[in-house]
Design a protein around this ligand. Structure first.
Ligand SMILES: Nc1nc2c(ncn2[C@@H]2O[C@H](COP(=O)(O)OP(=O)(O)OP(=O)(O)O)[C@@H](O)[C@H]2O)c(=O)[nH]1
Ligand SMILES: [Mg+2]
Length: 299
């Protein structure tokens, strides 16, 4: 694939309820973990691109926050980002969780039905349900308006190549939008903040993860082999702060050391990571805080 060569290419928006596996599907297609993933709903908070370049094809996936009923300004930003992401794309994927298909899914499906571009309904997490349970569930689903229905498991890779081929076939001939070695549009400081947030999500429970935000303070390359990184971890209550820090700093230490492993892989240097936990009451409703964390509508 060379520059200016005519190839099959296009943008594919990935939409769906929270936690159905949108980011996991994008990561599988890109072949690298460009978006964070967790078992907590509302992991993805902003639109992000994942670029899959191979065999004369370039598919630019637009990963989006899960569509839900927002209860904070952050939630409103997230849902708007998901809704806006469909503008100008060449195809849309609506992702469902095979284990649970409900009203929220139907609403997402309904909202894209009238879009003119090719539409794919992707049933993910098929590894978690028996085919005899899934079949009747799918039979009840109104798939009108969708061009293809594909069952996959992003975790096991089942049927993902089939999904790739179907997407490829639906795309027009077009330019190479991004260099082949570029896998995401997200800058380094955002990727680092997201890795820290992922480790916080994976280690925290109940309502605490939803109120976690990571503010990058500095990324300083001290030498070719060492980077020093400072970041604030926001939370919403003093009681959350003590859980995040943990007994004698054990929890923060765990989050930091798990994050360090992934950041070292990303940057290709050793990393010294310094995290500070800060209480910012109700930050998810405060414009200034949302802006500092990059959750700002730039359009
Ligand atoms: N068993 C199984 N788990 C999966 C599969 N795909 C994703 N998961 C898990 O489902 C959870 C949610 O995955 P994500 O990719 O973060 O889901 P998402 O739709 O991006 O979620 P939000 O960003 O919160 O909207 C994670 O724990 C994943 O590991 C799958 O095919 N099978
Ligand atoms: Mg996600």
């Amino acid at each position: 694939m060379e520059n200016n060569k005519i190839i099959k290419s296009g943008f594919v928006a990935i939409l769906g309820r929270p936690n159905v596996g949108k980011s996991s599907i994008m990561n599988w297609m890109v072949g690298e973990k460009v978006a964070i993933v967790s078992d907590k709903a509302q992991t993805t908070r902003a639109k992000a691109l994942g670029v899959c370049s191979r065999d004369g094809v370039q598919i630019v996936f637009v990963d989006t926050p899960g569509i839900h009923r927002p209860r904070t300004k952050l939630g409103e930003f997230m849902v708007k980002a998901a809704k806006d992401a469909r503008d100008g794309v060449d195809a849309i994927m609506v992702v469902l969780d095979a284990g649970y298909i409900g009203k929220g899914d139907e609403e997402v499906m309904q909202s894209v039905r009238r879009e003119k571009c090719p539409k794919f309904l992707v049933i993910n997490k098929t590894d978690l349900v028996k085919p005899e349970e899934l079949m009747p569930r799918l039979a009840q689903l109104d798939v009108s308006g969708f061009d293809q229905v594909v069952s996959v498991s992003a975790k096991k890779g089942t049927n993902m190549e089939t999904l790739f081929s179907l997407l490829k076939d639906a795309l027009p001939e077009g330019p190479e939008y991004f260099p082949q070695d570029m896998m995401t549009d997200q800058p380094e400081r955002v990727l680092v903040a997201e890795i820290i947030r992922e480790k916080a999500l994976n280690n925290l429970h109940d309502e605490i993860p939803h109120g976690v935000g990571v503010e990058m303070l500095s990324i300083q390359k001290l030498s070719d082999t060492l980077t020093e990184i400072h970041a604030n971890v926001y939370c919403e209550k003093a009681s959350h702060k003590s859980v995040i820090i943990g007994k004698q700093g054990a929890m923060l230490g765990r989050i930091g050391s798990q994050a360090r492993v992934d950041i070292e892989k990303l940057l290709g240097t050793k990393v010294m990571l310094k995290l500070w936990v800060k209480v910012r009451e109700d930050w998810r409703n405060r414009k200034e805080d949302l802006r500092n964390l990059g959750y700002e509508d730039t359009e």
